[in-house]
Write a protein that binds this ligand. Structure first.
Ligand code: 6R9
Length: 690
């Protein structure tokens, strides 16, 4: 019940007027002639090698996937190596707490290993000498190619070292690295021995890393001396040291830190603890290049990934082995029309779910060549992305709307100066894409000939859930279109009643798919309450959604207190608690606001203790506190001083009002008479821009 009340109803409306109003129109104004912001259906002549080339092709497979999920997924799972086969009736789930414990099981009885299927399987099939990683460094001219055989050997070395450190099946290993080949290699090394990796994005702070290590009891951390992102250097080893100290203060001891010497930070600049730290380059080359595979049950956890929700500390989302592997491979193949040998580039960092599924595991499982880019797309110039596309002849390019908007802001000559004729499929993920950015991506980057797949999914769903299939039906800019095979979306009203036909509501899922989140690390009760208590019998996504007459789904944004900043989920509660930990702050309330590049920005209302004056110095210090406690990406864009916060008589902050003030819509505040003290609203408005 409590969960239900938290749903922010006003968010059911599109996040921002024009940008998200997806209306099918038949006008055909080209971009730049007043039509750029218009979402009209677009057809592209594209023949998919996956074999799904029409809505009929899709409907046939979709129907089977819903009627016989066990049989449908088993047909794909047979392409992989299973040390022991699954039972015939291998899939079951319960999404209803009234019927007992929430669970999802796929390939019950089967035993396999994801690293084996990513690497050894290809080597055994004679593809060992084929390139699988194309690494492009931060600076132009730095690159490296690795074959399936090279990666398999390096994975074995790291796996052997982990074993020699006492890491066993089921143990957690934290990975805090820049985007180098050794990052997916470390993930695969864990998978090979049945250890559970938890990758922490290199932009997270020492506090965040410490919290994650302690939560999953990671005895080993794999990191690098430093990482380069554009002109910035991130001192990863230094941050790791601080994290290890913080965790120790909280009673958790990291035992070993493996450090790759990399990039702008040389050995001598790294803080060092002899008994605990080892250089990757000193120990890994000495390990044997073969390591037996640990066969694990299909439901054995493959990895944990922490993600922010509307309340409390980040949750460790647990993914399984067999179900995750099959869903990852099948979605990669169909959504990107990926075939063995294709050069594919996903710009996500491995620290996010997109990097796990569509940079590391998906392309490897499909036998493709995956570009790993260490730097930022605007370094040294905004042409970098397209130079990389030209250099490697990238066929599929998958990125986030925030990056498209950032690049769109520059002259088109940065794009057109590179040859993009290799591109076949373009993709986006992470947040709603506004039609203007979609049209630019389609016409300028893709020269009007590449289908765009706007993929909706979540850390918890593990793989793409609602997505176009390239060329199978006309795209509508901003719409994720149709559910992937095995996915059963429903739209609910805020009481949980199912809505039918063309309508708008809260997006929920009524049946399990292979890569469903299995639990939250160490807290199954929180898992059930977060995802299955709001609407009994359904997985609650936290997203609002519209369905049109064609059955196309368009995500409208979060309906809970999660802000989507550049495609990264930021929990308002986390930012508020970081701000409130500052000595001068009495209370803080955080809301999202429309941001041209980031999609949403972070807007923080802060009241100060008596004796503290609003000043730029405190403002800077508050922002620094958030950077230190969470990471730079969660730093508020705006700090708005508030003499008090608008609260109901029962003490609840009325964020609806704060959202309107942040959007400068003071005339749309609505009824403020239920506030304990309605005069605070005027007080806040008067301090705008101060
Ligand atoms: C994969 C990923 C999940 C949240 C999700 C939604 C938003 C993701 C989207 C999208 C509109 C899309 N989101 N893809 N919104 N259109 N194509 O991003 O996972 O970091 O867990 O974020 O992102 O709000 O609920 P994650």
């Amino acid at each position: 019940m409590e969960q239900r009340l938290k749903i922010v109803r006003s968010h059911l409306a599109p996040l921002s007027g024009a940008a998200h109003s997806v209306v099918s129109q038949t006008t055909s104004a080209p971009p730049g002639e007043g039509g750029a912001d218009v979402a009209r259906p677009v057809s592209v002549n594209y023949r998919a090698r996956s074999g799904v080339n029409s809505r009929d092709d899709y409907e046939r497979l979709y129907r089977r996937s819903i009627q016989d999920p066990a049989g449908f997924w088993a047909d794909f799972a047979r392409e992989f190596h299973w040390e022991r086969p699954w039972r015939r009736d291998h899939a079951r789930w319960n999404f209803d707490r009234r019927r007992g414990r929430i669970e999802t099981v796929f390939f019950d009885g089967g035993r396999t290993n994801v690293a084996y299927n990513c690497l050894d399987r290809h080597v055994a099939a004679g593809r060992g000498r084929q390139t699988c990683f194309l690494w492009e460094g931060n600076d132009i001219g730095q690159d490296r190619r690795m074959t399936f055989e090279d990666v398999r050997e390096e994975v074995c070395r790291v796996a052997n070292w982990l074993k020699s450190m006492g890491v066993c099946k089921g143990d957690a290993v934290a990975i805090y690295m820049p985007m180098v080949c050794e990052l997916p290699i470390a993930m695969l090394a864990c998978a090979r021995i049945g250890a559970v990796h938890t990758v922490v994005f290199g932009g997270f702070s020492a506090e965040s890393l410490a919290q994650r290590c302690a939560d999953c009891r990671a005895k080993v951390v794999i990191t690098a001396s430093g990482g380069a992102r554009g002109s910035k250097v991130v001192p990863l080893k230094q941050i790791t040291d601080k994290a290890v100290q913080l965790a120790a203060k909280d009673g958790f001891q990291v035992e070993r830190v493996l450090v790759l010497e990399h990039g702008a930070v040389p050995r001598r600049q790294c803080p060092w603890t002899d008994a605990r730290d080892v250089w990757y380059q000193d120990v890994i080359p000495r390990q044997s290049a073969s390591c037996p595979v640990e066969w694990v049950d299909s439901e054995h956890p493959l990895f944990l990934l922490y993600t922010s929700g509307s309340t409390g500390k980040p949750k460790g989302v647990v993914h399984s082995t067999g179900g995750y592997m099959v869903a990852t491979a099948v979605t990669t193949r169909f959504v990107f029309d990926l075939q063995p040998g294709d050069v594919y580039w996903c710009t996500a960092d491995c620290g996010w779910i997109t990097g796990h599924t569509y940079l590391a595991y998906g392309p490897l499982l499909c036998g493709a060549q995956s570009v790993i880019f260490e730097g930022v797309p605007s370094h040294p110039t905004p042409a970098r992305c397209w130079q990389i596309v030209e250099k490697y002849k990238v066929r599929q390019f998958y990125t986030a709307p925030t990056l498209i908007r950032a690049l769109e802001a520059h002259d088109d000559k940065f794009v057109t100066g590179s040859d993009r004729s290799s591109l076949r499929v373009l993709g986006t993920v992470g947040e709603p894409i506004n039609p203007r950015a979609w049209n630019w991506f389609f016409h300028v980057v893709g020269e009007g000939r590449c289908p765009i797949v706007d993929t909706w999914w979540q850390t918890e769903t593990g793989a793409a859930m609602i997505t176009p299939l390239p060329g199978a039906w006309p795209a509508v800019p901003g719409s994720a279109t149709l559910p992937f095979f095995g996915v059963a979306p429903v739209l609910l009203d805020d009481k949980g009643k199912q809505l039918h036909g063309a309508t708008e509501g809260i997006l929920a899922l009524k049946q399990a798919w292979p890569s469903t989140i299995r639990t939250v690390k160490g807290d199954h009760k929180r898992f059930e309450e977060t995802y299955f208590a709001t609407f009994p019998g359904y997985y609650f996504t936290g997203d609002g959604c519209r369905r049109d007459a064609d059955g196309f789904y368009t995500i409208t944004g979060r309906v809970d207190d999660v802000i989507n900043v550049s495609g990264h989920r930021v929990g308002t509660a986390e930012v508020e608690s970081a701000l409130a930990s500052h000595g001068a702050c009495t209370e803080a309330a955080v809301v999202g606001f429309d941001h041209d590049i980031k999609g949403q920005g972070i807007y923080a209302y802060v009241s100060l203790h008596d004796g503290h004056e609003f000043s730029d110095a405190i403002r800077k210090d508050l922002i620094k506190t958030v950077r230190e406690q969470i990471g730079a990406f969660a730093a508020p864009d705006v700090i708005h001083w508030a003499p008090g916060l608008p609260k109901t008589r029962s003490g609840k902050i009325m964020r609806r009002i704060l959202r309107k003030i942040a959007a400068k819509k003071d005339d749309e505040l609505g009824d403020v008479s239920t506030l304990a003290d309605p005069s605070v609203v005027q007080g806040i408005i008067e301090l705008r821009g101060k």
